[in-house]
Design a protein around this ligand. Sequence first.
Ligand code: ZN
Length: 109
Amino acid sequence: MHQQYVLPFVAGWAALGIGGAVLLGQLRSPPVKRIVWRVLTGLAGVIFLAAVWLLDGSIKNLLFMAPPVLLILLLNVWLVRVCDSCAALVQPRYLVPSNFCPKCGAPLQ
Ligand SMILES: [Zn+2]
């Protein structure tokens, strides 16, 4: 295990989480918010897999972690919706995407 990568990973992960939440909270354009959500989701996956690679250095563990990370990324892209009316980010309940925005009640596509 390469201990020197732990602090940069934690700092990068926290910066991505806090910065992403602040950025998404400021965006009011649904199409832009959708794009930013997908970019942040992809970036989180890349950082996580990079951390697995840098912390362990084993291709076996990287190949073991890649499918679940990819599945989580795809589920985040497919199931999380952005309301076209109020630009709210709507999380799925029990892996089922919501049909209506819980904030304004508008139908979601
Ligand atoms: Zn809404």
